[in-house]
Design a protein around this ligand. Structure first.
Ligand SMILES: [Zn+2]
Length: 430
């Protein structure tokens, strides 16, 4: 790559800045190729799950109090500054009706949170007397208040069932993981979720390579054929440097391997989120100070000052201090075996003796101590010996209980079959 040759000719001080710039340029250059290669076949071949079912949503679909008089509908738009009482007064409804509604309880209390632009629909009889009121709470739910035959009021929430469709996205990584996600049609939240699912197995900041592939099954929610919401990732596969990782969502909201082992493990592979890391795909990573490869026993994450640094695992802060070499640094003891160190921090947000949870922020990336540019220097020690946190063998995570496994397995197998199909389609296209 010509970029690297230029890089070497420059004085050391400029390398970091230029490195970041060339990454950005490489990213820009790669984008069109990637969009072309990534496939996006969701409308042509959707893996449909569940049936389209719709419950009555509109109040007028149901018979109101039958007094033989035709109904009249009054649609009121909520304006800025409107309150329920101003709307009632403006449209000639009594304050006693308003009072009765306010006594209906939690469901009806949602009327107290009306916002400009929302819509209230009143149903009146021929004489203009109040019969019912409907207020959409969200895309699927409507609050309905109606007069009962006894003359009282009754409130309920009517839910329209949304149609769930399983859709898939897939891509091969060319420039970086983020771009591959975008080209596969995933939204930023889904890209972050996908990385979070595999954050205990893969260092998305430094280990993703060109040629890595992923396939994702996720849920889309529709109402009356119109897309209203993107749901969770149901299952995903990530092939990193030839190694296959798969995860399926269980109904407890967590992800498990096909065997039912929790994806969550004792240590994250990286203590910073990949989305903040400025360098991608540089296997010849140079140390920010010495300019050499593998200059010391740690991993350097070049990121902007202020980028959050999180605890790779839960434990106790055994050191939180400053010296001229490490700058601001934090050391966490996880148990008798594991210790992690975080150096050159801009800020430390934990104190010595403090207990921290996995993924809890402990500070921010900085350039304190003996450095030439902002980065996190991360060390992972097992029984006092430095190890590569990305390859070190860690204890296996817990497997689901027998009863949970019995619920997980059939659904997981079904999703994995679908994922296989997606994966095969992707391979066939290469
Ligand atoms: Zn370092």
């Amino acid at each position: 790559m010509p970029v690297i040759r230029i890089f070497k000719l420059l004085p050391r001080g400029h390398q970091i800045a230029i490195g970041a710039l060339s990454t950005a340029m490489a990213v820009l250059v790669m984008v069109p190729t990637e969009s072309a290669q990534a496939s996006r076949d969701r409308t042509e071949r959707p893996v449909v799950e569940g049936a389209h079912r719709q419950l009555p949503l509109k109040v007028e679909d149901q018979p109101l109090v039958d007094d033989g008089l035709p109904d009249r509908e009054l649609v009121v738009r909520v304006n800025a500054g409107d309150t329920l009482s101003s709307i009632f007064a403006r449209n000639g409804f009594s304050s006693s009706l308003l009072h009765d509604i306010s006594q209906l309880g939690a469901d009806a209390d949602q009327l107290k949170q009306i916002h400009p632009g929302e819509r209230l629909t009143f149903f009146l009889d021929k004489k203009g007397q109040f019969k019912a009121l409907s207020y959409p709470l969200d895309v699927a739910r409507t609050l309905e208040i109606r007069q009962t035959t006894g003359g009282g009021l009754h409130s309920r929430i009517i839910s329209a069932e949304l149609e769930h469709r399983t859709q898939y996205a897939q891509a091969e990584v060319n420039s970086n993981f983020w771009n591959a996600g975008i080209s596969a049609g995933l939204n930023p939240g889904q890209i972050l979720s996908l990385a979070a699912m595999f954050a205990w197995d893969l260092d998305f900041a430094l280990d993703i390579r060109a040629g890595d592939r992923f396939a994702v099954l996720y849920e889309q929610r529709y109402k009356d054929g119109i897309h209203v919401d993107t749901g969770d990732i149901l299952a995903a596969e990530f092939i990193n440097q030839g190694k296959v990782y798969r995860a399926v969502r269980h109904d407890d909201g967590n992800y498990y391997s096909p065997e039912g082992r929790a994806m969550r493990k004792s240590f994250l592979r990286a203590p910073v989120n990949f989305s903040h890391i400025s360098s991608n795909f540089n296997p010849r990573r140079l140390h920010p100070v010495t300019g050499q490869i593998k200059a010391h026993r740690g991993i350097d994450y070049a990121a902007r000052t202020g980028t959050p640094v999180v605890a790779a695992g839960s434990g106790v802060v055994v050191e939180s201090g400053y010296n001229q070499f490490n700058g601001n640094y934090v050391v966490i003891r996880h148990d008798g075996t594991y210790l992690t160190k975080y150096l050159h921090l801009h800020q430390r947000t934990v104190n010595k003796g403090e207990r921290v949870k996995q993924e809890q922020q402990i500070g921010t990336v900085g350039a304190t101590g003996r450095v030439t540019g902002p980065h996190l220097h991360y060390e992972f020690l097992v029984n006092g010996v430095h190890q590569d946190p990305k390859t070190v063998k860690l204890p296996q995570s817990a497997i689901l209980s027998r009863a949970e496994l019995a619920r997980f397995k059939p659904k997981a197998e079904q999703l994995l079959v679908q994922l296989d199909r997606v994966s095969e389609v992707m391979l066939a296209r290469q």
